[in-house]
Design a protein around this ligand. Structure first.
Ligand SMILES: Cc1cc2nc3c(=O)[nH]c(=O)nc-3n(C[C@H](O)[C@H](O)[C@H](O)COP(=O)(O)OP(=O)(O)OC[C@H]3O[C@@H](n4cnc5c(N)ncnc54)[C@H](O)[C@@H]3O)c2cc1C
Length: 450
């Protein structure tokens, strides 16, 4: 057994898919003298229970880039690192209930074309052909993402870990980081097993990122703007009709996203997996009487299917075979949200040689690309793609906890909503005011906040 490392170029705190992908990409860029600390077993945070859906679709240029890169990486990863894993590229259909949604899809298709993706617009006939179990009478059309699919998030993380280890990087499991100290222009990361002196440090602690972020406050850091929501999906029992069709066709039905109703519906073996982003959503650990526990490794919240009732009924009307199956397993787990629903990925605001790669809401599909971006920030001080959309420095002091909580609830409840140019969502208004705010109000103008 190798001795506990006392020095490293980089220490990454957190062994979910994002932290491990960061380690893998640092090693790929030649920085193999890096250590990842995981307080429990790898994947113990949000990663182990994720549904594993991997879309390339996004309306953000930066996010689409990350996802596109991830999917290309995942396709070859098992072979690259010699670690077999379950990755099904099934394609996906996004449904449009109206003209405006079709316009959003057209825009994403064009953006995708520019990035080399093959997103395609679909008419109702094409939808029915690919997904014979669907009711299309009230739809306008859809979008097909041929690269979408699902991956086993734990296997993905382990594959990245194997790749990183094979290149010489270190992973210390069951080794919580407990604090940091800045000394002589270097960081000392304190852990349950001893101190590690390093050049750079990365907060990849998932929904614990705010806790870890507190350690950096004496060195110029701020409260990490985030909140934790509960996200549920459930798996149904086997559906004989779906089984028969799958065997006859030799493949699964594509993943379906009814974005106007706000849920995804994916084939899982011969059953279905339904995961809504419900308007009547629930935040956790947001009040003093509901503090985040010190350790929530491999734990879930109690099932709460009542909250999903409207979505379940809507999905049963859309895909009637769903109503023929019983509910099997329910997963209700913690999912972190930054105020705009995008991750914090890049330099830690105000703190030298420290980085954030945390608060990922879609970390499975973004993990591969996120690792590349983080490694570029660390090694080269810049990224190949324009990553301002996910840069932690987009939030300044206005993003207090009240703002983070209100926005997390708003964004989760509108996860699939259309984002019209210049439309400002109402939650958390007036946290950031223009210098002429009072004069605008006095002159009878709008409230002018962000
Ligand atoms: C029900 C559900 C379904 C989901 N489905 C999807 C999906 O289909 N597709 C998708 O892309 N995303 C999905 N997600 C989101 C996805 O799970 C997360 O975005 C992703 O797992 C985040 O990975 P991470 O590495 O950032 O964080 P985590 O997986 O939470 O990892 C952070 C790690 O840091 C460790 N840690 C914390 N503090 C310390 C410390 N002090 N010292 C050492 N280690 C520490 C934790 O133990 C943890 O293992 C889903 C989430 C939920 C809840």
């Amino acid at each position: 057994m190798a001795e506990f490392p006392t020095t490293a170029r980089v220490v990454i705190i957190g062994g979910g898919v994002v932290g491990v992908s960061s380690l893998f990409h640092l090693a790929k860029m030649g920085w193999t003298d890096c250590v990842l600390l995981e307080k429990n077993e790898l994947t113990a945070g949000s990663t182990w229970h994720a549904a594993g859906n991997c879309p390339s679709f996004s309306t953000s240029w930066a996010v689409m880039n990350m996802q596109r890169y991830s999917l290309a990486l995942y396709k070859g990863l098992a072979r690259e690192v010699d670690y077999p894993m379950n990755y099904h590229v099934t394609g996906s259909i996004r449904l449009a209930h109206g003209k405006e949604r079709m316009m959003e899809f057209e825009r994403a298709c064009s953006m995708g074309r520019y990035q080399g993706l093959n997103l395609e617009m679909m008419d109702l006939g094409a939808i029915k052909q690919k997904y014979p179990f669907i009711e299309t009478h009230d739809l306008a059309g859809g979008l097909y993402d041929p690269d979408d699919g699902d991956i086993d998030p734990a296997q993905l993380t382990q594959a990245l870990a194997k790749g990183a280890r094979d290149m010489g990087a270190r992973i210390e499991r069951f080794c919580p980081a407990t604090g940091v100290t800045r000394d002589n222009g270097e960081w000392i990361v304190h852990t349950a097993k001893g101190d590690i002196r390093c050049e750079k440090v990365v907060n990849a602690a998932g929904y614990y990122a705010q806790r870890v972020g507190e350690w950096f406050k004496p060195y110029g850091g701020r409260t990490v703007p985030m909140a934790t929501m509960s996200h549920q999906y459930f798996l149904t029992d086997e559906i004989p009709e779906l089984k028969e069709w799958t065997i006859a066709q030799g493949h699964k039905v594509p993943l379906l996203r009814d974005v106007d109703s706000s849920y995804y519906l994916r084939q899982d073996k011969y059953g279905l997996n339904l995961g809504p982003y419900e308007r009547n959503c629930k935040g956790h650990w947001m009040t003093p009487d509901d503090p985040m526990p010190d350790d929530f490794s491999f734990q879930l919240y109690p099932d709460d299917l009542e909250r999903l009732e409207w979505y379940i009924e809507d999905a049963m009307a859309r895909v009637p075979i769903l109503g023929t199956a019983g509910v099997g397993r329910v997963i209700n787990g913690p999912i972190p949200y930054a105020p705009d629903g995008l991750p914090l990925l890049g330099p830690m605001p105000g703190v030298p040689d420290a980085f954030e790669a945390c608060v990922f809401t879609f970390g499975i599909t973004q993990g591969g690309g996120a690792g590349k971006v983080l490694a570029e920030w660390v090694v080269e001080g810049q990224t190949e793609w324009d990553m301002w959309a996910t840069d932690p420095r987009r939030y300044t002091d206005f993003a207090d906890q009240d703002y983070a909580d209100q926005k997390a609830i708003e964004v989760y409840g509108h996860e699939y909503a259309m984002h019209f140019p210049h439309h400002a969502w109402p939650a958390g208004r007036n946290k950031k005011l223009s210098p002429v705010h009072d004069r605008i109000i006095a002159a009878g103008g709008g409230d002018g906040g962000v």
